[in-house]
Design a protein around this ligand. Structure first.
Ligand code: CIR
Length: 256
């Protein structure tokens, strides 16, 4: 169960955020704010306390708070984000993390290691870590060493196609995993009940489980149905403006 969620309001500069899909156009800031409001409301319906951090204009992608930190049941890990324009988001998230963790429970990924939280998928006390353009081998080595210090475990998953691990695979508890593209056949995930995401709805592989409910992006009927058929209550949230920046539901919060 999660008790807390941290989000950060999107800033006006978000229109300059990193994207691999410029053909989708620039985000509409006012609409992005409305979608963020709806996201917060959806989280509250799941019974969590939501901490809302102020927008930060210095970092266009700073609403994607999942990347600068990973929070586990035992400790918080401040990452070292792999994209130059996002790297210093890590130091900005520290004050928020300090509200929940004492300094001896806050760990750090340091140079030359890099790691983005979007590459980390928690399954109980095990953490799958994607090796991506953002997360390197040394970052993963440091991350797993930290986990082991706290009695947790981690393993590396090499990525070929997607930005982050959780772009294409997400655990929704009860052994159920949403998988798309390259993750359908990866041996790492063999033991899970895999819910296959059709190619045309691949974006919606990024859903989040929050206390028994699953938040699903609006506009992906096959994924919505598959999640309902798996027995979950679904809450839909439109994330169209974040999709334009390669961002999804998980990227927009830290859940712990
Ligand atoms: C980026 O490229 O870093 C942002 N535009 C999107 C980050 C998405 N975050 C995530 O998947 N955890």
């Amino acid at each position: 169960m999660f008790k807390n969620v941290i989000v950060r309001r999107p800033c006006r500069a978000m229109v300059e955020g990193i994207t691999s899909a410029p053909e989708l156009g620039k985000p509409d800031y006012e609409l992005a704010l409305k979608q963020h409001d709806a996201y917060i409301e959806a989280l509250k319906k799941c019974g969590v306390e939501v901490t809302v951090l102020e927008a930060c204009e210095r970092f266009p992608d700073s609403c994607f708070v999942e990347d600068p930190a990973v929070i586990t049941r035992k400790c918080a890990i401040i990452t070292n984000p792999g994209a130059m324009s996002r790297n210093r988001e890590a130091e900005m998230i520290i004050p928020a993390i300090r509200k929940f963790f004492s300094d001896d429970k806050i760990e750090y990924i340091v140079d030359p290691g890099t790691l983005d939280g979007g590459d980390v998928m928690m399954v109980g006390d095990h953490f799958y870590v994607g090796r991506s353009a953002r997360t390197n081998e040394e970052g993963i080595r440091q991350f797993i060493a930290i986990l082991e210090k706290y009695g947790l475990t981690g393993s590396e998953v090499p990525l070929e196609e997607v930005l982050h691990l959780k772009t294409g695979v997400n655990y929704i508890e009860n052994n159920n995993m949403l998988v798309s593209g390259e993750f359908v056949t990866k041996p790492d995930f063999e033991k899970f009940n895999k819910i296959l995401i059709p190619e045309e709805e691949a974006y919606a592989a990024n859903c989040i489980w929050v206390n028994g409910k699953v938040i699903v992006p609006e506009g992906y009927p096959a994924v919505e149905k598959a999640v309902r058929d798996a027995g979950y209550e679904v809450i839909l949230v439109d994330t169209s403006e974040y999709r334009k920046l390669d961002g999804g539901l998980s990227c927009l919060s830290l859940r712990f």
